[in-house]
Ligand binder design. Structure first.
Ligand code: KIV
Length: 273
């Protein structure tokens, strides 16, 4: 078999991610939804890029992740994949494209993989979506699980508060993590759960566990890139560390441009033909 790779950059694979967990090296993961941002994040050296259905909030301005469609996710994923040379690209299967129907789940996963060129898909939930997870995995598509706060079920829970604080929910989460591992998932995202519970899950399963609001004792961390760059500013949960204030920087740049246009100081002769 001949394998074609366009550059000699070593791509991140599920195998490499597992090795990172085995040797205790933390995995870095961020979202991206378009070509330009994916290029920045990838060339900075991120391990995993998630084309999250948070695109529904961040890119489209919806209140929840529910409205985004499979076609829209494929559009975002395709743009991201075009920019990425090294990172492992994971795509969320959106709400309504896999729950309760494993044939549809498989169809959705295959469409994402075939049309976008991404490397894996992510699904929210545990035992209740086991059949879909198994079916997708049987087609050779790597699956990342997502437990804890699962935004696609927001109307079932009613709030975005910390999950699995009660013993029964914590036990179910541990069982779900074991089920996802047994099915063959290559990694699990844990969102907004107590740090001690996340630590326990990361110690219980042998696959990488990536946290968002799940404390430090997991195998890696993920954030929404627009949140950590300070582009979105109204969303400030405790777990979010803001690494830049791009909203202010960008607003100032746009204001300066408007001032220059109004004052006729842009363009100059040197900026003209
Ligand atoms: O859609 C998303 O951005 C996510 C992360 C928050 C993990 O699922």
């Amino acid at each position: 078999m001949s394998v074609h790779q366009s550059s000699n950059i070593k791509r991140i694979t599920t195998h490499i991610l597992q090795e990172m967990k085995n040797r205790g090296e933390k995995i870095s993961m961020l979202t991206a939804y378009d070509f330009s941002m994916a290029g920045i994040v990838d060339s900075a050296g991120i391990d995993i890029i998630l084309v999250g259905d948070s695109a529904s909030n961040v890119m489209a301005g919806h209140e929840t992740t529910l409205p985004i469609t499979l076609d829209q996710m494929i559009y975002h994923a395709t743009s991201v994949v075009r920019a990425v040379k090294r990172a492992f690209v994971v795509v969320d299967i959106p709400f309504g494209s896999y729950q309760g129907n494993s044939s549809e789940a498989l169809r959705s996963a295959i469409r994402i993989m075939k049309e976008s060129g991404a490397h894996a898909i992510k699904v929210e939930g545990g035992s209740e979506i086991k059949e879909s997870v198994v079916r997708i995995l049987s087609a050779g598509v790597p699956v990342m699980g997502h437990l804890g706060l699962t935004p696609q079920s927001i109307y079932k829970f009613g709030t975005y508060t910390v999950r699995a604080k009660e013993e029964a929910e914590a036990q179910k989460l541990i069982e779900d993590a074991k089920i996802l591992e047994e099915c063959g998932c290559f990694a699990i995202v844990l969102e907004k759960i107590p740090a001690a519970l996340a630590k326990k899950v990361a110690e219980t399963v042998s696959i990488p566990v990536i946290g968002i609001g799940a404390g430090p004792d997991v195998d890696g961390q993920v954030l929404v890139v627009h949140d950590m760059l300070g582009i979105t500013q109204e969303f400030k949960p405790r777990f979010l560390r803001q690494y830049a204030d791009l909203r202010t920087t960008m607003t100032q740049a746009v204001e300066n441009y408007i001032t220059d246009v109004k004052a006729r100081s842009f363009p100059t002769e040197g900026e003209s033909y």
